[in-house]
Unconditional design. Structure first.
Length: 80
């Protein structure tokens, strides 16, 4: 299994970890948290919404937006 931390704008590689699939995605995500800085916004999918991982991300000072359900909901824009 390979997990990477990449910039979305430039697609630059910030960090990468790899190993057996038995370790699990969130374990590999913990290994990448040290690459986060306070000026970053982390975008992640719903598999990465564990309290421990979110606390580690917040401790690095990074902001995060993580999808917590399998569906997306948006509010309608009110025009005035």
């Amino acid at each position: 299994m390979l997990m990477t931390l990449c910039e979305t704008g430039t697609r630059g590689l910030i960090g990468a970890v790899f190993g057996p699939a038995t370790k699990g995605e969130t374990d590999y995500a913990h290994d990448l948290v040290g690459h986060l800085t306070p000026d970053m916004l982390l975008l992640a999918d719903r598999a990465f919404d564990s309290n421990e991982l979110l606390a580690d991300i917040a401790a690095q000072g990074a902001q995060f937006l993580i999808r917590a359900t399998s569906s997306w909901h948006c509010c309608p824009t009110v025009l005035t």
